[in-house]
Design a protein around this ligand. Structure first.
Ligand SMILES: *Cc1c(COP(=O)(O)O)cnc(C)c1O
Length: 456
């Protein structure tokens, strides 16, 4: 007999598989209560002991007491922040990954999964119009992707400008860039030239004006564009900013963590044509590409250059790095700030291979079409006002007369009644309501119910 923790336990296995089967078969999953639930804090005492407890018992405790205290981000009634709605096959394959003991770090250890992840990355690179040879890695999220992409941009930008004081280099970003972009620049010690476009859309003209008004425009070594702002769904002028960056030898990073998926949309694809100029590009399969958390694709136009900046060197890793660029075998760990990594691109790969690209296109389009329809519906109601046209799958609207507290009460009330999870946002200093659609089964009837709930 081996160690007890490594013995196959048929009963525990059945119990867990039954739980997963039950969860997978729910249509839809219950929204549940999150932080509004009663938490079993007292019962948690004594759970972790020297002897341990039977698996079924702890699983039951999770099912009965902990799971209901988590809002299901994959419910079609989750309309807050940016939801996450993994496909059934991506969830199933996440279990395969969990049971397979994979370390997706290197070619030597995991070539079989590296080629599968790379196939999914290549699909995204081609959809973005990046040249052959583009590639990268799946990282934990848009924040991690932005951090690695901007690190590479900083180092290559500095190397290309040896005359410049390395501490003075800056990236031009929009005031509407995601908070993770500012944080990434803070971490890598690079200042931002923050521009504030009047209508929140970062364009070539706005960038040119900001550089013309700046005392040291030569310090700017890169530009960050957002392909779908998180709050409002605004797509920056990718074509204009990208061509400007090309002409001036600036690193062009595109943060498409949320909106990048809409490059697959029938109606919006033209707005993403400028993605082909990106030096680094981030899109999160765990947002609008229907993969489980946590999964973001980070792509580089020139992965070799990125690898030279980011690969970790250590005696015990030398065997992974033998040979030169010509016979380099792909180590996913070389393209971001991590080393050990879950092969987190595989659930997305499996889902894409099984359902096919057309299914992704229609699922993404559903969110865009529902946002356009919702903007029309909001305008039908006298008690509501549309704040701006729908952007991607986001709709912003206000309930005139409501205070900040009233919006918060409304959020809690809808959640308590298990109707929907909708949260307010701030826009130009004002608290307003916002929908973010993602699940293709979210329907118009639900939208009307939520809008009706705002009458008084
Ligand atoms: C969500 C988001 C991020 C952060 O991504 P995480 O996956 O949450 O780390 C960055 N940029 C944009 C535009 C986003 O929408």
């Amino acid at each position: 007999m081996g160690h007890p923790m490594f013995q196959y336990d048929a009963r525990a296995t059945e119990a867990v598989f039954d739980y997963c089967r039950e969860r997978l078969s729910m249509d839809p999953v219950p929204l549940d209560l999150g932080g509004l639930a009663d938490l079993p804090t007292a019962e948690m005492d004594g759970l972790i002991t020297e002897e341990g407890h039977p698996a079924e018992e702890v699983l039951d405790f999770f099912r009965e007491r902990l799971a209901p205290a988590v809002v299901s981000i994959d419910a079609p009634t989750f309309l807050a922040f940016i939801p996450n709605a993994p496909t059934k096959n991506s969830l199933l394959f996440d279990m395969v990954v969990a049971c397979s003991g994979l370390n997706g770090t290197s070619w030597l250890e995991a070539a079989g999964v590296v080629i599968a992840e790379n196939q999914a990355l290549d699909f995204l690179a081609r959809a973005a119009g990046l040249p052959a040879g583009a590639g990268g890695v799946f990282v934990s999220g848009g924040s991690a992707g932005n951090l690695s992409g901007l690190t590479v941009g900083r180092d290559l930008g500095r190397a290309a400008r040896p005359h410049l004081d390395p501490h003075r280099v800056r990236f031009a970003i929009s005031a509407d860039a995601h908070s993770s972009v500012g944080k990434a620049l803070h971490v890598i010690g690079v200042d931002a030239l923050v521009v504030e476009p009047d209508d929140h859309r970062f364009t070539r003209a706005v960038l040119e004006a900001a550089l013309a008004a700046d005392d040291h425009p030569e310090d700017v070594i890169g530009v960050v564009a957002t392909a779908g702002t998180t709050n409002a769904g605004i797509i920056d002028d990718l074509e204009g900013l990208g061509t400007f960056a090309r002409e001036h030898d600036l690193w062009f990073h595109v943060d498409g963590a949320y909106g990048g998926a809409a490059m697959l949309s029938r109606t919006l694809a033209p707005e993403f044509a400028g993605l082909r100029h990106a030096d680094s590009f981030v899109v999160d399969p765990h947002k609008w590409l229907f993969a489980p958390l946590d999964c973001a694709a980070l792509l580089y136009r020139d992965p070799t250059a990125a690898r030279h900046v980011l690969a970790q060197q250590a005696g015990y890793l030398d065997i992974l790095h033998e040979g030169d660029d010509a016979d380099y075998e792909w180590n996913p760990s070389d393209f971001a700030l991590h080393l050990s990594r879950r092969a987190r691109g595989l659930p997305f790969w499996f889902s894409l291979a099984t359902y096919g690209v057309a299914a992704y296109r229609t699922a993404i389009q559903a969110g865009i079409d529902l946002a356009l329809r919702t903007a029309e519906i909001v305008q039908e109601y006298d008690h509501l006002e549309l704040v701006r046209p729908a952007g991607l799958s986001i709709v912003m609207f206000r309930r005139p007369g409501w205070s900040d507290e009233r919006y918060t009460e409304w959020t809690h009330d809808l959640l308590r009644r298990q109707i929907a999870f909708v949260t307010p946002t701030k826009w130009e200093g004002e608290t307003i309501a916002r929908f973010a659609f993602l699940h293709p089964d979210t329907d118009e009837a639900l939208i009307r119910t939520v809008l009706e709930s705002m009458r008084d």
